[in-house]
Design a protein around this ligand. Structure first.
Ligand code: DGJ
Length: 556
């Protein structure tokens, strides 16, 4: 979905400019879009890769009166992008009468505060349910049918086969995108859209209504066959059961929901072509793959059905994981599962519990488009136990602010390096073990719970842990900007670099330069000091306050 796009507004402006001065070349205004190269993807905003250092508000903060409690949280966190709902119920409370006053206020305030927006279209499905649909939708089962089980019993979840539901949702989303094209088409405050929220169904594997059943018995579409292998081999073609066996019900439901979202997304993008993603309430990423057994929302874009979403929803660019499972093995497997050449890594939600701050280094190191902790505002709500217990202002953002500050100071550069495949990252695991990062001729070893001086192996090494490392809190990100040159940042981590291949006897490697500094607004490196002596003898030690190091290695 890349290439240049021209907004109607900018064309009109351009036409005017041409009349005024025919000789002035007109520069097309490029809308936010995804660019793809070598199996990697960048989110291009205003002509260059953009790194989303995002923050998502609490669910009910999508009203103008709440915004005053939103912007200070984003500023304190050093976030550059706000993820915030636009609820169907608030823009079309009465059928056919649209009210975008909230959207206008939001976009205007985002510009004043220097933030981009990712808008979350809470409509037919929000955490699978219809709570954000207008009342004229959610209480009319005749016109907007719910799913039914094998016995005909009604589920809470709206059916993806509800034609009137789809038509109404699509119409409202198109109205929103048309409005955005008018107010923001040439400004690019809004950089991405999420369609629906954590879709799927709890407690029921799929719709068993007449229309759904008829579709289930039809042949699996060729594009699904091409992109979604069966976990257990059955027939190469045929109906859903014949092809996917015990996985058929879940896979069919994923196809039904993805097809519905595709209709909404495609129509909306015809009005304003912004990147679109769906987010996912995860299934267990570590346990061996097995058919649905009421253990996750069936039909959502879980890692095992990304191929179905790709086949059924070509206007949905990304399926992104919502990270709320603290176990590091789960997070690691999830990030690996969701990052594919056809599915760029983008973490639309993550718990704001302090232990998640270290995940930023891993996610951005993997070259993600960005990340956004959830529940970031000063409305004093907290979703503990998913999030932190203490909802006082600042306590929520404090763990994330240091990492966002360093990445924010080089966000465009980092996004460019990520697109070039130069970035790497780790987060401290629950096992607290060292982790290695392969950097061609060099290997970085990242260790944790280290003091800044000395070795854990020393007999007189302090037994006390460095403050803040009692629970896993470390992370490090490295951009390899030249064969022997690196930009490194991290927190609660020690980074060492050594040749990947042992050097010939009598030869060795050592730091040539370890400059601490920052990148200026033009992206030029500004050195503040050179680390040497104690500061480099025991590796590069990052404390709770990350800094940026520009490191050059040498051999003798
Ligand atoms: C994930 C959902 O996407 C969010 O909207 C929110 O409900 C969180 N879970 C829980 O706070």
């Amino acid at each position: 979905m890349s290439s240049f796009r021209f907004r109607a507004a900018s064309l009109a402006l351009a036409a005017g400019a041409n009349l005024a001065c025919a000789a002035t070349p007109v520069k097309p205004i490029e809308a936010p879009h995804l660019a793809h190269a070598a199996g990697r993807t960048a989110l291009i905003v205003d002509g260059a890769p953009f790194l989303v250092l995002g923050a998502q508000v609490n669910n009910s903060s999508n009203y103008p009166a709440m915004l005053g409690k939103v912007w200070p949280a984003l500023d304190d966190m050093h976030a550059n992008t706000l993820e915030i709902p636009v609820a169907w119920e608030q823009v079309e409370p009465v059928e056919g009468r649209f009210d975008f006053a909230y959207v206008d206020t939001l976009v205007a305030q985002a510009r004043e505060h220097g933030k981009h927006l990712v808008l979350l279209w809470f409509a037919t499905w929000k955490n699978t349910g219809p709570s954000y649909a207008p009342e004229w939708v959610k209480f009319d089962n005749q016109r907007f049918p719910r799913m039914v089980d094998r016995d005909g019993k009604t589920s809470y979840c709206l059916s993806p086969f509800g034609e009137a539901t789809l038509a109404a949702d699509r119409k409202a989303f198109v109205a929103l995108m048309t409005h955005l094209a008018q107010i923001d088409g040439s400004r690019h405050t809004v950089i991405m859209m999420q369609v629906e929220n954590e879709v799927g169904t709890y407690g029921l594997v799929r719709d068993f209504g007449a229309k759904a059943q008829a579709a289930f018995e039809r042949p699996v579409p060729a594009e699904v066959l091409a992109r979604q292998p069966a976990p257990v081999k059955h027939a190469a073609s045929g109906n859903w059961r014949e092809v996917y066996g015990d996985y058929a019900d879940e896979y069919f439901h994923a196809w039904a929901i993805a097809s519905y979202i595709e209709q909404v997304a495609r129509a909306g993008r015809a009005a304003l072509d912004l990147p679109v993603y769906v987010n996912n309430a995860l299934r267990d990423a570590v346990e061996p793959l097995a058919p649905w057994k009421d253990n996750f929302a069936s039909g959502g874009p879980t890692y095992d059905v990304i191929g179905i979403y790709k086949a059924a929803a070509p206007h949905v660019d990304i399926a992104g994981p919502d990270l709320y499972t603290p176990a590091s093995a789960q997070i690691d497997a999830t990030l690996t599962n969701f990052q594919r050449p056809d599915n760029p890594l983008w973490v639309p939600e993550m718990s704001h519990a302090p232990g998640y701050a270290r995940i930023i280094y891993d996610v951005l190191g993997r070259g993600a488009l960005g990340i956004a902790p959830f529940g970031i505002d000063y409305t004093t709500y907290t979703n503990f136990p998913l999030g932190t217990k203490e909802a006082a202002s600042r306590t929520i953002v404090e763990p994330f602010a240091p990492a966002y500050a360093v990445f924010g100071s080089m966000d465009r550069l980092w996004a460019k390096w990520a697109f070039e495949g130069r970035t790497h990252g780790v987060a401290e695991g629950d096992d607290r073990k060292d982790q290695a990062i392969a950097l061609g001729p060099w290997t970085a070893t990242v260790s944790f719970q280290e003091w800044q001086f000395g070795e854990k192996s020393w007999p007189n090494h302090p037994t006390a842990l460095p403050p803040g490392t009692e629970t896993p809190s470390g992370g490090a990100s490295i951009a390899q900007v030249g064969p022997d040159e690196f930009v490194i940042t991290g927190q609660h981590a020690r980074v060492r670099l050594a040749p990947t291949q042992p050097l010939a006897s009598g030869h060795g490697a050592m730091f040539a330069r370890v400059e601490e500094g920052h990148f200026d607004a033009a992206g030029q490196w500004v050195m503040e000091r050179n680390w040497n002596g104690d500061q480099t003898d025991w590796g590069l030690n990052f404390t709770a306050t990350p800094v940026i190091l520009k490191v050059r290695m040498g051999r003798y």
